[in-house]
Design a protein around this ligand. Structure first.
Ligand code: HEC
Length: 156
């Protein structure tokens, strides 16, 4: 009887090991669709559990945009102190190949659009939408995955 238990135990163990080896680790399985999209298209993202500083800043920028959209929609005026510019272009990206002249040019245009938003307190809806367009303009060239999410950010 003990031998039978031992054999069954061994069999179970082997089946576990075989399963663990045949199943690719699926850390992304729990992420929502949006995240999956962004991981797919930014195929450069090697380890989603160890995001690079630029990826983390981008997440913050997306969260800030959500919050700006909500405030403008409520008729509130955005305070530049609450939304300092995030210098994402100065930190390490997942894929160092993005750091080329066209990227920095898109970043410069984005920064100008960001500044303009706070220089026009009475037209923030218009300038907010232009700022989001500058996110889109860069993402069409670099890392197209988050576009689905970014395209939901403009205020109608
Ligand atoms: C000048 C180019 C550029 C601009 C402008 C830009 N992005 Fe990005 N974005 C990138 C790049 C490159 C990555 C990939 C970063 C990485 O993986 O290190 C990225 C990644 C992201 C991600 C995925 C982050 C993750 O890994 O979870 C989101 C979301 C995002 N950006 C949203 C935005 C939003 C919202 C804006 C505007 C407010 C914006 N981006 C403006 C280039 C840009």
């Amino acid at each position: 009887m003990r031998q039978l238990y031992f054999a069954l135990g061994l069999l179970f163990l082997i089946s576990l090991i075989v399963q663990a080896c045949s199943n690719e680790p699926k850390p992304t399985a729990k992420l929502e669709d949006e995240k999956l999209d962004s991981l797919d298209a930014c195929a450069t993202i090697k380890d989603p559990n160890q995001p690079k500083p630029m990826a983390l800043m981008m997440r913050q920028m997306a969260a800030n945009s959500d919050s700006m959209k909500a405030k403008i929609s409520r008729g509130e005026v955005l305070d530049s102190l609450q939304y300092p510019f995030i210098r994402f272009y100065a930190v390490e990206p997942t894929d160092p190949n993005v750091l080329e002249p066209n990227f920095f040019e898109k970043a410069r245009l984005f920064q100008a659009a960001y500044k303009a938003l706070f220089q026009h307190p009475s037209e923030q809806k218009t300038y907010y939408n232009l700022m989001i367009q500058a996110c889109v303009n860069c993402h069409e060239n670099y890392c197209s995955g988050p576009l689905k999410r970014i395209r939901k950010l403009p205020i109608q």
